[in-house]
Write a protein of this length. Sequence first.
Length: 180
Amino acid sequence: MSGAGTTPAETGRRAPCSETAILDGVAVLEAAKGGLGLVVALVLLRFTPAEMEAGLQSLLEWMHQDPSAAYPRLFLRLAERVSPEAMIWVGLGALAYSFIRFAEAYGLWRNRAWAKWLGALSGGLYIPYEAWAVLRHPAWLTAGVLAVNILIVAVLAWSLWASQRAAALEPATSPGARPD
């Protein structure tokens, strides 16, 4: 049990089981996004544009994809036109993104309020863009991404609300007492 006037987030203790499982699931998802961002960053910072284009060609062949199809052609054109400086800046951006996702995953795993705020706010920023994408080009994948993001933001907002409510309902400490 937590001490008087403290919440699990303040003491670093785990939340109740069902909330813990949900937060752990979101933390794993955020860690996976951080890992993907790290891979993208390392690729962009390691290879030259010519090596990227050759690697993309090899990947498309290995995946048995037609290079003249819409998405493969888009990626090949992008690889042809990208400058080394742009690759560095995008790589650094992907590296920063991965660090933020890893920090959020750690904080959610440890049931920290700041991580819930970070996840709810950053996830909420994507919702209008994802909704616009669903309206412009309806597809199961884009609708699924939007639905999962809305669910994650709702779960994190609910968890923040529940923590605030629990803290408000706990008996106050004596007037001269200092919190641990």
